[in-house]
Design a protein around this ligand. Structure first.
Ligand SMILES: Cc1cc2nc3c(=O)[nH]c(=O)nc-3n(C[C@H](O)[C@H](O)[C@H](O)COP(=O)(O)O)c2cc1C
Length: 184
């Protein structure tokens, strides 16, 4: 069972990466095969709208891993009340064929003061447009949840992420085995 974990922050030092790194480890501990794409380290070109970029290796990887994935974990920083432009740009390269009938869990890193919910709602709306089955549970973190290296260390935050890893793993496994999974 394959899960694609996507870090949607364009930053080279990123709190969102603290979430996705830990999620990768948690899913692998459970036995999932995890592919990992980090938009801060593997920057994509801008979606051109009318073709081009066919030979871009990073795009080829995105297409291939999204197609093979049985489920997704997608995390974004909240920027100006929405997901990052880097993540929206990456999702614009993809389509319903990559996401249809597949579970997706979402997470956000905020600047604090109860931020993050707008990015999550924005991701949920966009992923619905891609026909992903976005799980109702979601994760948001404030800056205090991280150490100086931007590892996610806050105990409650880590426990919440563990619950989400369990849920995403179970839902992906179940759905991949159903007729819906075979219809993809
Ligand atoms: C351009 C920009 C806009 C931001 N807008 C918001 C916002 O609307 N709400 C919020 O809670 N934090 C906002 N922040 C703070 C980031 O969400 C926060 O620093 C987050 O940890 C960044 O994650 P990253 O390090 O993975 O990029 C913004 C940061 C930037 C750079």
């Amino acid at each position: 069972m394959k899960i694609l974990v996507l870090n949607g922050s364009p930053m080279e030092k990123s709190r969102t990466r603290g979430i996705t790194k830990l999620m990768k480890e948690l899913l692998e501990e459970k036995g999932a095969t995890v592919e990992y794409i980090d938009l801060g380290l593997e920057k994509l070109p801008l979606f051109p709208g009318d073709g081009g970029n066919e030979n871009n290796m990073r795009l080829k990887k995105l297409y291939k891993e999204a197609e093979k994935a049985d489920g997704f974990f997608i995390a974004s920083p909240e920027y100006h009340n929405g997901m990052s432009g880097a993540l929206k740009n990456a999702l614009d390269f993809l389509g319903g064929s990559h996401f249809k009938h597949k579970p997706a869990a979402i997470a956000a890193a905020s600047g604090g003061s109860k931020g993050g919910i707008n990015a999550l709602n924005n991701m949920r709306t966009v992923l619905r447009g891609l026909y992903a089955m976005v799980l109702p549970d979601q994760f948001v973190s404030d800056p205090y949840c991280y150490d100086e290296e931007y590892n996610l260390v806050d105990r409650e935050a880590v426990e919440r992420l563990e619950l989400m890893a369990n849920l995403l793993f179970e839902m992906t496994e179940k759905l991949a085995k159903t007729q819906t999974g075979q219809l993809r």
